[in-house]
Write a protein that binds this ligand. Sequence first.
Ligand SMILES: NC(=O)c1ccc[n+]([C@@H]2O[C@H](COP(=O)([O-])OP(=O)(O)OC[C@H]3O[C@@H](n4cnc5c(N)ncnc54)[C@H](O)[C@@H]3O)[C@@H](O)[C@H]2O)c1
Length: 341
Amino acid sequence: MGGRGMATIPIAGGRFVIVGGASLVGSATAAELLDAGAAEVTVFDNFSLGSDAAIAHLKDHPRLRLVRGDVMRMPDLLDAMKGADGALLLAAYMTLNMDRDAWGGLDVNIRGVQNALEAARATGLRKVVFASSNAVYGYGPGVSGELVENTPFHSEGAPPAAILYGASKIIGEQLCRHYKRKHGLDYVVLRYSTVYGERQHYRAANALYIIETYDRVKRGEAPRVFGDGSETKHFVYVGDLARANRMAFESAATDVAVNTSGPRPVTTLDLVRMVTRLAGSDIAPEFVGDTPGQVRLTSGGAFRIAHEEAHRAIGWKPLVEMEEGLARLIAWKESNEGKTS
Ligand SMILES: NC(=O)c1ccc[n+]([C@@H]2O[C@H](COP(=O)([O-])OP(=O)(O)OC[C@H]3O[C@@H](n4cnc5c(N)ncnc54)[C@H](O)[C@@H]3O)[C@@H](O)[C@H]2O)c1
């Protein structure tokens, strides 16, 4: 079962289920798969975090199917996956929501993944793509340098919610490996770095910072830089990720976990300068200390999330530079769709 070559799912004519699809990554990936000729794309979501607005641009698409369902309920998953070829597993709580409700977050990120894998096996799906995160490397002072796929997890000095999130993604990845070993279910794990782009939401700490900075500059206020601005952030544009998800299905790769990050990291100060410029201003940033009580994901030294392995495994590399991706995010935010989201 599942030897090399067998794990390939052509997109044209294929049927896909995007679990947790009514949001940032899911909406972009649904469009990508439909554009590539998928026979059907099912967006499965309980709308606890996602929204109708996030998929409004696709709602009348003849090959899009919208299913309200919950990953905590097996019958919902079994119904949605019947007859499908592949599933993309996105449903999750990220750090900020994990901080608010760790109980719910661990349920969705662990049992929800287990349920989805079991439903995929039971309905005979050929491949699963699991959305992991660079959170599997942890946070805090230990995280620096080149982050490659076998870089260990650092928990020292990081907020518990970030560690719970990262650890839950490690478990999700291992559940995929377990299903491959026990049942031959092919899978690719993609470790997304912080996602930004059209249909941006306010749930990811680092991407939220982009929106807050833009809003401040637009109001004529100085953008805020925490610390000295040298802290590294490594984002990835949502359209690049949609392509990575598609290529993970199309490629022969199976039983692998690879990083998917943008072309290069940025410092906080560079990021703030870019956003200020795109907001049409040259206002100087204000340097401030940390705000107590806020979950902030500080990194230690400079780092880069290496994505070369993704090229070897699925032939993917990021194409959209940060300045271009930010311009697209802002254009969307200023459009009617972005204003009403
Ligand atoms: N956004 C980022 O910066 C980022 C970075 C790294 C990894 N990731 C991972 O990528 C994936 C997608 O990210 P996103 O930003 O689109 O996520 P998101 O949080 O916006 O979307 C997750 C979706 O899952 C749905 N969901 C939550 N609980 C559910 C349940 N019980 N049943 C059914 N659906 C449920 C939500 O309603 C939401 O639409 C997530 O797994 C996330 O952990 C995201």
